[in-house]
Ligand binder design. Structure first.
Ligand code: AHR
Length: 329
């Protein structure tokens, strides 16, 4: 079992979970059925993924698909929203119409979910958020949220910069998808860490969490600024794109221009070991096991934790060299 912290018991979720338990796993119109050999019922779970924008996302998708298997008691319906909220809403509505037992999704942006979540609630289908949060005033619209603390990730990156690179730097920021929880929160956390220093974010734009986006935005930064000390990239992929742009401009990433990123996927860790990135804060993508556990509980009508914070590590170049060979994603 992965390390995790249960912040508070989600008693508010008990009633919706109990309702779900009554309608789910009955072998009736819930979409569930007998799970091979165990005597228990299969849980029909509809999952709407953000997209395939990054190495992190690929690892997250694989983990969910590898964990929510028939052998583990699930009938998983999976869809890729290609980073578009309208696609996610359409997928969720389709799963509601099919009468799945549980919905799970990683919301591409924070706002605009209340209507579809209300539809799920009216259909007595509990919703589990993975990876990213939604911004809603009605906490009863979802049963549980499993994922990292993105503000803490941004703050950890900023703290390392202040302690190791100094307090007087010119920084360019490659933001994640506009309006997404990790972009909003990592920016906030980094901002907190550099408060009261002379570290100045001289430019900040979205690269949409993609390598191509990071490269393109970094090319623009290099054209506009000749005094960049540091790139703070909200994920490894954009940092890897920035490396390409910096090298094409005849400069040395990690030396002439320092780079700090978030994720710690294998390609990012390799660049860290190669000296092209200076520090990476991990964002753990392995959420499948927690999702399976919470889904089983809500379907059984048990109370679940409203917020499960997945713990993250962080790596210097020396630390990355020790773990790179065993990195599975
Ligand atoms: O929501 C998690 C973020 O989404 C990851 O840091 C990033 O790589 C992904 O696209």
């Amino acid at each position: 079992m992965k390390r995790k912290t249960f912040l508070r018991a989600g008693l508010a979720t008990l009633s919706i979970a109990a309702m779900a338990a009554m309608s789910a796993c009955s072998g009736g119109d819930s979409g569930g059925g007998e799970a091979g050999g165990s005597g228990s019922e299969t849980i029909a779970l509809g999952f709407s993924q953000v997209g395939a924008e990054s190495g992190w996302r690929a690892a997250n998708t694989k983990d969910i698909q590898d964990t929510l298997t028939e052998e583990n008691g699930f009938k998983l319906s999976f869809s890729d929203a290609q980073q578009k909220q309208e696609n996610q809403i359409q997928a969720l509505r389709s799963y509601i119409a099919q009468g799945v037992d549980v919905l799970a999704f990683s919301p591409v942006v924070e706002t605009g979910w209340d209507a579809v979540l209300q539809e799920a609630k009216s259909a007595n289908i509990p919703v589990i958020l993975t990876d990213r949060a939604v911004d809603t005033t009605d906490d009863s619209l979802f049963a549980s949220f499993i994922g990292s603390d993105f503000v803490a990730e941004g703050q950890r990156a900023g703290d390392w910069v202040v302690e190791n690179l100094g307090k007087d730097l010119k920084v360019v920021e490659l933001q994640g998808t506009t309006g997404s929880a990790p972009a909003i929160d990592r920016k906030e956390g980094f901002g907190k860490a550099i408060e009261g220093t002379d570290i100045d974010i001289i430019d900040s734009q979205t690269g949409d969490f993609t390598r191509a986006g990071g490269k393109q935005v970094m090319e623009g930064f290099l054209n506009s600024h000749d005094d960049i000390d540091l790139v703070f990239a909200h994920n490894d992929d954009m940092g890897l794109g920035a490396i390409e742009a910096i090298e094409a401009a005849g400069k040395k990433p990690g030396k002439d221009i320092k780079i700090v990123t978030i994720d710690a996927v294998k390609d990012g860790m390799q660049a860290l070991v190669d000296g092209k990135i200076n520090y990476i804060v991990e964002c753990n993508p392995l959420l499948g096991e927690d999702l399976a556990e919470i889904a089983k509980k809500v379907v059984a009508g048990e109370a679940v934790e409203k917020r499960i914070v997945v713990e993250d590590a962080a790596f210097t170049q020396e630390e990355a060299a020790k773990v790179l060979a065993d990195r599975t994603y």
